[in-house]
Design a binder for this molecule. Sequence first.
Ligand SMILES: [Zn+2]
Length: 201
Amino acid sequence: MFDEKGYVQFRSDWQHADPPRHAVVEDLIRWRERLYRLGLIGVYPDGIGFGNLSGRTHGHAFIITGTGTGQLATLTPAHFCTVTAFAIAENHVTCVGPVQASSEAMSHAAVYVADPTAGVVLHVHHWGLWEKLSDRIPTTDPHAEAGTPAMGAAITQLLEVGVPGGVFIMGGHREGIMAYGTTADQAGERILQLFETHGCR
Ligand SMILES: [Zn+2]
């Protein structure tokens, strides 16, 4: 149940199924391609992928890119699954689709719960922006690490205080940045604006 750092381990109940069918998938594929080209989503030299995108379907359920898709330049609906239920404190998700949800799905879940208007959540990695903007724009508690229930709680706390621009730094997740919006275009433009304004690559 606990990993070496004492965190509740991420667990997922995965039901294998056909790719999700929902209009938001096409929007996510389109934005995934743009963010991938900018290097904001991709794969590290050690083969570990980074960055993930999601879109709300109904209630707190959402469609998210699957784990292990970071290296692909273009995605298809077969690279997505639907998170139908989750328990942030227990670090547990239930997902349905051809691939499993990433352990970062919990961070997306926290946004959907905290802000009922959030329709799309984008998570990218960028060292330069992360370093430059930490504590200059809304930033989560640096003690809360990626993929832990503490990160979910830190996101909830931050959104309760308010994230006016819809973009925040994940303080305890090196390189981690999240943007959200009512639509994929709104969330995507928020990332692009940050990227262009602070022009570091
Ligand atoms: Zn990340």
